[in-house]
Design a binder for this molecule. Structure first.
Ligand code: C2G
Length: 137
């Protein structure tokens, strides 16, 4: 069974994530998603609003996803590729070239990001709204 894997934080799940997972699934028959743990996100220097348990459950509920595992460090990808017999590794092209070393183990595909949406932008918008509400009080 042709297996695809992708990795990410998936904070504030949005259409950019859906598009990525939909296109990743279309490259095979089984899609595995490794969701970054809260500890690993701290290593990545990334703050998240949604805790890992919820991000895991939200991604697992997506129709394109067959299995969710945890991403706990940068170095697990090769082990995952071997363990799950992965055929295709997929990431958005904001990571273009960053994982080319995995080409020794499986196909590596970078997909165009969905424009004009990101978890960071959503968080920034939420912060502005909260500031305006404080000032209106
Ligand atoms: N993405 C996208 N379009 C967007 C936003 C995100 O295609 N508008 C893609 C990203 O390119 C990535 C996936 O959705 O492939 C998940 O994005 P993030 O949750 O931001 O993942 P990131 O923090 O980049 O973690 O080891 C890899 C890292 O864990 C990736």
């Amino acid at each position: 069974m042709k297996t695809v894997i992708t990795y990410g934080t998936f904070d504030l799940f949005h259409i950019g994530h859906v598009n990525l997972l939909k296109r990743a699934k279309s490259l095979g028959e089984r899609l595995i998603v490794a969701v970054s743990t809260d500890d690993f996100n701290r290593q990545k220097g990334k703050t998240t609003l949604v805790p890992y348990e919820h991000r895991h459950a939200v991604v697992e509920s997506c129709r394109y996803v067959d299995q969710v595992i945890s991403e706990h460090d940068w170095l697990q990808k090769i082990d995952d590729i071997e363990k799950y017999q992965v055929d295709v590794f997929v990431m958005g092209d904001d990571w273009q070239g960053k994982f080319d070393e995995l080409k020794q183990h499986c196909e590596v595909v970078y997909l165009p990001r969905t424009r004009d949406i990101s978890s960071t932008a959503i968080k920034q918008a939420m912060a502005v709204i909260a500031q305006v509400e404080r000032e209106l009080r």
